[in-house]
Design a protein around this ligand. Structure first.
Ligand SMILES: NC(=O)c1ccc[n+]([C@@H]2O[C@H](COP(=O)([O-])OP(=O)(O)OC[C@H]3O[C@@H](n4cnc5c(N)ncnc54)[C@H](O)[C@@H]3O)[C@@H](O)[C@H]2O)c1
Length: 347
């Protein structure tokens, strides 16, 4: 049975998911799009083959699964509507502009019993997958430290060209929530639970409520310590870029391209090297974990009526960390314990 897919929001990320669905070969058809911005609706319709509808209700009555790709503040209301119809839902990250509405969304989809997935796409990156594989090798020893830098030009310009990211009522806040929610998610995915954080934030662009630089310290349950630096600058030559360095007791790993690597390593006895591109996918396959297309995986979960991954519940952890970091930044870097955990060690 062809799965009929509707899109709420036809902007930048909707195009990405539309392409991912088309190239996956999965048996799905993007049948409808609703976006109050006619140009966005038209652009998405042309690219995807969807029909435009002015009615949210018509869309929800006529599809088998829904993508919520609007600006963040609209996610909770729309997800509640979709779940109330008993429809599977893919929602973009961040789930919501704050922790409480994100929790409510988890409750909504759980109550409705619908398949749900979040656009935390870095978990499907071959480079991060391989880094996780390397970290997990016992001969590397324990992870001692991770240094994570994430920078991009402030996305109210360039290819993103959004105005809503300068509006706290639509975006919630700035670079930490809007962009580095990916990093918080991937840091726990790589290294396990964070037990305490502290952070400082700045607003160089002087847009009230939209921080554009965050420097954070994270303490992991394993004993590892991490730093995360998240920056929105004005250097259009630098779109989204990440550099990650992981220091283990007997290994050092680093990567810059967050999708295709290469992922570099230095290990004892002169073992230095790097893997990138399709070599990464081959190495991961050899290690027993195939790289997947997350949109294909969502549609297959819908088709089979099974849970999808990453679901809203697992995305909630990144919101918990984000909320704790903002609370710390609001008190000039005071240590915040993550429920059940301990604050970062001093020094
Ligand atoms: N996973 C990722 O890597 C990634 C990347 C970019 C954006 N995002 C997320 O995707 C979401 C959208 O970002 P974008 O870059 O596509 O923004 P965008 O501005 O390009 O598109 C958002 C669209 O939503 C539309 N919209 C607003 N309210 C609506 C409603 N009630 N119903 C239907 N449409 C509505 C707007 O008119 C706009 O066209 C944000 O939450 C953002 O954080 C995720």
């Amino acid at each position: 049975m062809t799965i009929r897919v509707g899109f709420l929001g036809g902007g930048f990320i909707a195009h990405y998911h539309g392409k991912m669905l088309h190239t996956s070969g999965v048996d799905a058809q993007i049948t409808l799009v609703h976006d109050p911005d006619p140009a966005k609706a038209e652009g998405f319709a042309q690219a995807s083959g969807a029909t435009i509808t002015d009615s949210e209700d018509e869309l929800l009555s006529s599809v088998d699964a829904v993508y919520v790709c609007t600006w963040t503040a609209e996610h909770p209301r729309l997800v509640a509507e979709v779940a109330a119809r008993g429809l599977p839902v893919f929602c973009e990250k961040p789930l919501a502009v704050g922790l409480q509405p994100a929790r409510a969304m988890v409750a909504d989809v759980r109550r409705a019993g619908v398949t749900n997935q979040v656009g935390l796409v870095l978990r499907d990156s071959p480079a991060f997958g391989y880094l996780r594989h390397l970290i997990g090798q016992p001969e590397s020893g324990r992870v001692m430290s991770v240094v994570f830098r994430d920078d991009q030009y402030i996305p109210i310009q360039g290819q993103y060209g959004s105005t809503w990211r300068a509006d706290p009522t639509k975006a919630g806040s700035g670079t930490l929530l809007e962009h580095s929610i990916h990093d918080l998610d991937i840091l726990e995915w790589l290294l396990g639970p964070v037990t305490g954080v502290s952070a400082r934030a700045g607003e160089f662009h002087e847009i009230a409520g939209i921080e554009d630089v965050v420097s954070a310290t994270l303490a992991f349950e394993s004993g590892a310590l991490g730093s995360l630096t998240s920056i929105w600058h004005d250097l259009l030559e630098r779109p989204s870029l990440r550099r990650v360095e992981v220091f283990c007791e007997r290994a050092y790993f680093w990567m810059e391209d967050d999708v295709w690597g290469p992922v570099h390593w230095t290990r004892p006895a002169g073992d230095e090297g790097a893997l990138g591109g399709s070599d990464l996918t081959n190495a991961l396959a050899a290690a027993g974990s195939a790289v997947r297309n997350p949109d294909q995986a969502f549609i297959e979960a819908v088709r089979d009526g099974v849970p999808a991954d990453p679901d809203f519940a697992s995305a909630l952890r990144a919101h918990v960390l984000c909320d704790a970091l903002y609370r710390s930044a609001a008190t000039e870097g005071a240590a915040v314990v993550i429920p059940g955990g301990q604050p970062p060690r001093a020094g």
